[in-house]
Design a protein around this ligand. Sequence first.
Ligand code: BG6
Length: 488
Amino acid sequence: ARREALSIVVLGASGDLARKKTLPALFSLYYHDLLPSDFYVVGYARSNMTSEAFRNTIKSSLTCRVIEGPECARKMEHFLSRCFYVSGTYHETTAFRTLDEFLVNEFEKERWNRGVPTNRLYYLAIPSNVFAEACRGIAHAHTKPPESTKGWMRVVLEKPFGRDLDTFQTLHQELQLYISEEQTFRIDHYLGKELVQNVLALRFANYFLEPLWNNQHIQSIQVTFKENFGVEGRAGYFDQYGIIRDIMQNHLLQMVALFTMEQPASLNAEDIRDEKVKVLRSLETLRATDFVIGQYMGYREEDGVRPGSKTPTFAACRMNIRNRRWDGVPILVKAGKHLDERLAEVRVTFRSVPGSIFSLANTLPNNELVVRVQPDEAIYLRIVSKSPGLTSRLEEARLTLFYRTAWEEAHDIPDAYERLILDVIYGDKSLFIRSDELKVAWEKFTPALHELEQSDRYRPVPYVAGSRGPAEADYLAARYGCVWASDL
Ligand code: BG6
């Protein structure tokens, strides 16, 4: 491969996302020898700090996951020695000039002189209200390298991308002035999770599911996201957005799309995203009446929450995909904070056996395929089986694929951000959200969000922190003949 240098600029380097996710993921990639050998990391944020102080602040968040020891410590020191810090604001082009000059003078110019192309990855770990000005700064301050040593420039962004269709479009148009769609990598970190990545393989590399994968054979699909903790110091952000925008419109909708889309023409990023957009367009636009919303008791007392806030910390809804394959199959989606457990899974329930000769069959569960994204990654099929011995009793049994016991590697499943950053470096967009995909996601959610927020008819139902959430969600499921399930 051509020798190329890579500068990784982390904007918002002193913030939560950078400290908890971006920088640890970068170190882990380095630890596993997956970063290009000639790389350096430049943290950029408003606080004044020396590079030395920056290294000290990030050091405590880096880990070697499985193998701590002298090798880990040595690699950590080496990684840190390649980390630098520049301070500056997000709205001043002069500040971005300082950053640009630092990159050029400290690293790039010398490489250009040796004929080595230099690439730049900007990771925007900053609030979305400064995305546009940061991109303007990046674009305006950019010093062009000589044509012969020109590399790529890519920008990584993460939700919230607006708060409804209009604000998304305004933000998108503004960003387009400075960075092209080709340079834009929109993260939805659920797509980087091991089990979510496996959905396409499970569906399209196996024979047995496809013939059953439609409304003739599937009774319902449940997508569940539960956390057993609250907003944890992020109330300022969360209270502005709420659980529907925080989790459903992105992470859970992406999972719905992967489970319901048609087979893409190839594994090429555009083909995959074409199919996701297509199925999302067939989704019936959601209305407030499709939802149950809740708020955990004590939420309003959290620091950063507005008094009397109506922001939901729990939501459940029913979706319908109006196409030949899915119409009529209830897709029940639920997300909540401060519930009884931490769980993310998708559960596909098949219909009951017609004309069953087993009298007990009615009381036994229908077949179910469960993809448990976390914790304790697993794929399993719930089946009915005769219990062993001189009996004819039937019982529920499971065909299971528990990652932890099935694969040695499962002890070291990379964090979603590692996979995603690696893909940015390779320029592979299959796990990133295309702008038309985001637009259709907002189109489907905006009417319901506006109704829920603008009418006094809809108020979140209070629920006890640590509980299963509002009982109204159970009634919602019951309307479609379903029960929310969990096997943890
Ligand atoms: C983020 C949300 O996107 O995902 C958080 O903003 C949430 O509110 C988090 O806690 C959950 O991610 P994970 O990977 O811990 O399931």
